[in-house]
Design a protein around this ligand. Structure first.
Ligand code: PEP
Length: 244
């Protein structure tokens, strides 16, 4: 399976930042699939500047196609802007917008309805890991955030331990392998294509640790926050992806 290196720009990026997408496209990485998820305001222009060389995704969507939801953006609107994928259930959405597993599942269904690849994020907090409850927490998130009907074509999982996001701290290779193996088993038990559904690792991935992380069993790519903002760093991480 080709690894996927996906960039999550979070709430970063004004027009000038679009040059980074052009630079990523110009490098044409071929050893892996790539995706950049800029803020919603840049999606349409990012698609233009990417010239078909960098697939563009979004960071969230509303569950409804349209309606009286001031400030929200629907999956259909993202497709209309040229997006091909959307992240749902990122821990920052779960934490700052109180998104429940059920709300994440509704957003995943909306993304499928619109034809978007859906990257569903799961991951434990530091306290949950300290209590030894990480496997149970992630199992609950996978069970409740992933609707029936998930397939290798419409869904990718991102395991992102909350304590590793933006902190510079990463789990050990053994901890990542344990969790990805756990998620793989949950996917196989529930979905016909669970064996090949991608499981990305996310949380402080950078050029200096990408090689080790992307070499771990059942790590099918990375979801990259801070290090995706500069084309050079993103491309260095992409270069570390295993060749197909
Ligand atoms: C993320 O926001 O999904 C993320 C993994 O962030 P960072 O790479 O900055 O830890």
């Amino acid at each position: 399976m080709r690894q996927l290196i996906a960039g999550n720009w979070k709430m970063h990026g004004l027009s000038a930042q679009l040059a980074e997408i052009e630079a990523i496209g110009a490098a044409r990485p071929t050893n892996c699939d790539i995706l950049i998820c800029p803020p919603a305001t840049l999606i349409a222009r990012a698609v233009e500047r990417a010239k078909g060389l960098v697939p563009i995704g979004a960071q969230d969507c509303h569950a409804e196609a349209s309606g009286a939801f001031t400030g929200d953006v629907s999956a259909e609107m993202l497709v209309d802007a040229g997006a091909v994928a959307v992240i749902v259930g990122h821990s920052e959405r779960r934490q700052f917008h109180a998104e429940s597993d059920a709300a994440v599942a509704q957003k995943a269904r909306a993304a499928w309805r619109a034809g978007l690849l859906t990257i569903v994020c799961v991951g434990e907090t530091q306290a949950e890991r300290d209590d030894g409850r990480m496997l149970e927490v992630v199992a609950r998130q996978i069970a409740a955030s992933l609707p029936d009907g998930a397939t290798v074509q419409n869904t990718t999982i991102a395991y992102e331990p909350v304590w590793a996001i933006g902190t510079g701290r990463t789990p050990t290779a053994a901890q990542i392998a344990e969790m990805h193996g756990h998620i793989r088993k949950l996917l196989i038990d529930r979905f016909a294509t669970g064996r090949t559904m991608r499981i990305l690792y996310g949380g402080s991935v950078k050029p200096s640790n990408a090689n080790e992380i992307l070499g771990i069993a059942d790590v099918d790519g990375a979801l990259v926050g801070g290090a995706s903002l500069k084309a050079a760093d993103f491309l260095a991480i992409a270069a570390a992806a295993a060749p197909p």
